[in-house]
Design a protein around this ligand. Structure first.
Ligand code: AMP
Length: 197
């Protein structure tokens, strides 16, 4: 199964993604991690992305989606994948649908992780990342509200959106995610719990 996570910066997507990929035993495709690695490796994409990331701006869609497409085509993604940090806007959502369709796949679940902004602020303060400085945070929050959040309607209309309350301990939040996935009734059942697997 293929899942995406949508939520504002600092909502706990990284923490919950780590738990979820272990539970479902699927690869974790974090575009933020992939881009930070590309910057460290000084690849062409990394050099291109760096200045956007430093400011908290979105990296151009084609740069990100080429990376995502290439990653989705690798054999370990055949069983599924958790996409974290993508899509960030409607064009990326369309490109993702196209990339999946080309391999005969589709998106099964969109998880929205929600919480009051104060929660995100406290969590971000503990991370100490360069783009967590006040200017970068403001830009990233603005881009979330303007470009990413409208995607919730898009996935709601497709009937694949689950809204998850992101408040509480990581374990409490993760329990809610498991309940949401169970309600997908077999369409999304963790491989470790599938009889005979
Ligand atoms: P994240 O770790 O998801 O908060 O991403 C960190 C930074 O990487 C963002 O502020 C953007 O500059 C860039 N980035 C990550 N994912 C994307 C994406 N899907 N599209 C454009 N830029 C992205």
């Amino acid at each position: 199964m293929r899942l995406i996570f949508i939520g504002p910066p600092g909502a706990g997507k990284g923490t919950q993604s780590a738990k979820l990929v272990e539970y479902l035993r699927i690869p974790h495709l974090s575009t933020g991690d992939m881009l930070r690695q590309a910057v460290r490796d000084k690849t062409d994409a990394g050099r291109h992305a760096e200045s956007f990331m430093d400011k908290g701006d979105l990296v151009p869609d084609d740069v990100v989606m080429d990376m995502v497409r290439e990653r989705l085509e690798r054999p370990d993604c055949r069983a599924g994948a958790l996409l974290d940090g993508v899509p960030r806007n409607q064009r990326q959502a369309d490109l993702l649908d196209e990339a999946l369709a080309r391999s005969g796949m589709r998106l099964d679940v969109a998880l929205e992780l929600r919480g009051p902004d104060a929660v995100g602020g406290r969590r971000r303060a503990g991370r100490g990342r360069g783009d967590d400085q006040p200017g970068g945070i403001k830009t990233r929050l603005e881009s979330y509200w303007r470009q990413t959040r409208p995607l919730l309607d898009y996935y709601q209309d497709r009937g694949i959106l689950h809204r998850i309350d992101g408040q509480g301990t990581p374990d409490e939040v993760f329990e809610r995610i498991k309940v949401a996935l169970r309600s997908e009734r077999g369409e999304v059942s963790p491989r470790c719990e599938t009889p005979g697997s």
